[in-house]
Design a protein around this ligand. Structure first.
Ligand code: APR
Ligand code: ZN
Ligand code: ZN
Length: 367
């Protein structure tokens, strides 16, 4: 039996149940006892329908833990190994993985349906099968994942720190270091300084940006942004952030602007605050009905801007996770500072509330 937080219906609080049956891993799968899971905005986005995944589903896609059972045919993992779970797998064999675009791995589509790679489910409650978010389901004490969704890590890395690599860190740092083309001395703007945006900020710093303009509506987030390397601050609640960024850049705009919230108006702002010839990187996940407006086509062409979609920080997880842990060990990457609160699974709905009010960078469930 496992305890887990289950999304049961649109806009309803997650139900924390302690009767979850966890089946044995099948071929190619691992049973993992989760040690910690971050609570990400994308979890809330499932609850409120922004990301439409049908209930009942165990949420959580940013976690790390210890392997309890290894399915048939799995190589490279043993019981007791520590792993980070990744919400995009890297199968290493498909069209995209073989082209160094693991973040587009073809196996992800199947996992996004809520089951394992064969379409069947391993978690159930009261006789009813439960889906798991993105092949992970880290809001469960114990879960089953395909082995291609796990990356083995050294045992000296605290698991609550490792958990953050599963989504926010990999997405944010990757957006700056992999997706964007930041040049030494660049000025970048980051709209949204939550768990993901703070990582874009530190990624931009490591990539060599000289000025990093943090944009948020919550003053405490701008303070945090400073700790992560931001040099200039715009409170979006106090006037037009596009004008503010232009004023800070001789009227030109930022070399690279990131949107890390997922709202139509802030996506437009990011495109507008990008200088001619610069790059806009869209990281936040919007509702399905949000449109990207590049009209009139003439000005899009004339200003020679590039707009890039960023999925999972353009990461190849087997290379990215060790790289990020090296940066952490060398002191360049701040991870401890991302954890605002450690909570229990019983407090997961409170963590959603804290996120809505913008109080926290990350709440982390510690099991
Ligand atoms: N202008 C500026 N800042 C805003 C605005 C706005 N209009 N609206 C919200 N914000 C800020 C919030 O104050 C908060 O600091 O955006 C931040 C969002 O942070 P989180 O809620 O912590 O979200 P996070 O987990 O960082 O995810 C951001 O990335 O992976 C995706 O699905 C995820 O779309 C989400 C995005
Ligand atoms: Zn996430
Ligand atoms: Zn693949």
């Amino acid at each position: 039996m496992s305890k887990a937080a289950v999304h049961v219906g649109l806009d309803q609080p997650l139900e924390v149940r302690d009767d979850i049956e966890v089946a044995a891993p099948k071929a190619g799968e691992l049973k993992v006892r989760i040690a910690a899971s971050g609570v990400c905005h994308s979890d809330l986005s499932v609850q409120n329908g922004t990301i439409p995944l049908p209930p009942p589903i165990v949420l959580g896609h940013e976690g790390a833990g210890v392997i309890e059972e290894v399915g048939e045919g799995v190589t490279g993992f043993e019981v007791g190994d520590h792993v980070v779970l990744t919400f995009v797998p890297e199968c290493g064999e498909c069209f995209f993985c073989s082209r160094d675009q693991g973040f587009m791995c073809e196996k992800a589509a199947m996992l996004n349906m809520g089951g394992m790679l064969d379409g069947t489910k391993r978690l159930s409650s009261g006789g009813q099968d439960l889906s798991v978010m993105a092949g992970c389901g880290t809001f469960s004490e114990v879960t089953v994942v395909p082995s291609i969704s796990a990356v083995k890590i050294d045992k000296d890395v605290p698991l609550k720190i490792a958990a953050l690599l599963g989504c926010g860190v990999q997405t944010g740092v990757g957006a700056a270091m992999n997706t964007a083309n930041i040049r030494k001395g660049d000025t970048v703007a980051v709209i949204g300084c939550g768990g993901v945006g703070l990582n874009v900020i530190q990624g931009a710093r490591i990539a060599g940006a000289e000025r990093i303009i943090a944009v948020d509506m919550v003053e405490s987030k701008l303070q945090l942004a400073k700790e992560f390397g931001a040099t200039d601050f715009v409170n979006a609640g106090e006037g037009n952030p596009v004008a503010a960024v232009q004023a800070l850049t001789n009227g030109r705009g930022a070399d690279v602007a990131f949107e890390v919230i997922g709202l139509g108006p802030t996506i437009e702002q990011a495109m507008q605050m990008t200088r001619g010839g610069g790059e806009t990187v869209l990281v936040g996940v919007p509702r399905m009905d949000v449109m990207l407006n590049v009209n009139p086509a003439f000005s899009f062409i004339y200003t020679a801007k590039t707009v890039k979609g960023c999925w999972y920080g353009s990461s190849n997880v087997h290379r990215e996770v060790p790289k990020l842990l090296e940066l952490y060990k060398s002191g360049e990457l701040k991870l401890d500072e991302l954890i605002s609160r450690e909570i229990t699974i019983d407090d997961v709905n409170g963590a959603f509330d804290a996120m809505k009010s913008g109080e926290v960078a990350r709440s982390v469930i510690v099991y």
